[in-house]
Design a protein around this ligand. Sequence first.
Ligand SMILES: C[S@@+](CC[C@H](N)C(=O)[O-])C[C@H]1O[C@@H](n2cnc3c(N)ncnc32)[C@H](O)[C@@H]1O
Length: 214
Amino acid sequence: MTEQVPQHTGHGHGYLPAMGHDRLLPFYDPFTRLLGVRSLHRTLADQADIAPGHRVLEIGCGTGNLALLVARRYRGATVVGLDPDPLALGRARRKATRDSLPVQWDLGSAGDLPYPDASVDRVLSALMFHHLDRAEKHRALSEIKRVLRPGGTLHLVDFGGHHRGLLARLTHRDPPLEDDAGDRIPARMREAGLTDAGELGRGRLGVTFYRATG
Ligand SMILES: C[S@@+](CC[C@H](N)C(=O)[O-])C[C@H]1O[C@@H](n2cnc3c(N)ncnc32)[C@H](O)[C@@H]1O
């Protein structure tokens, strides 16, 4: 498999959906709640140090749980959730309407962000990075660098090192995920021009928290 060939094309999409297949999407929220993904979201939001007036972008927001948590907690921030999956975005939008939370939901992909240069204060990404093939990982980090305001920060949580985690092993057996994806995240951040890239710690489900500055 070369750098250029997308790894995840066997699903009829140009992206790998949250649970690997569209028909499993209705189970995503109960499944991830059971596994404790909410506490990962809370930790990531704490690490992001969000302030009133910040523009916060979650890339790969899926059914919207992290973006909604941020909108609920930080009323003075502007929150945007982006995902290539219209079905997941539909679920996110319905939850936001139900809870009267003002989140902007955008259809789009990490490798081609539909936002101007230097327009975002915080980029968040939870359990999304392992969905990207190598080439799109690089494009995504370059795009994050482009849209972050000077001094803005990226906060990312994903399966670290060689530890795939229960969630990833259950949902993404075919096609297989990159084995070294987690180990290489800080190096990839630096290659894309981000600074201060590093790990902030490990969490449940075999995840690692990362941070970098734009
Ligand atoms: C495991 S889900 C995580 C959803 C959410 N961030 C959470 O923590 O619950 C991964 C998400 O990444 C999205 N995704 C896949 N490929 C993507 C891409 N190229 N750009 C942005 N998001 C992508 C999927 O559609 C899915 O919603």
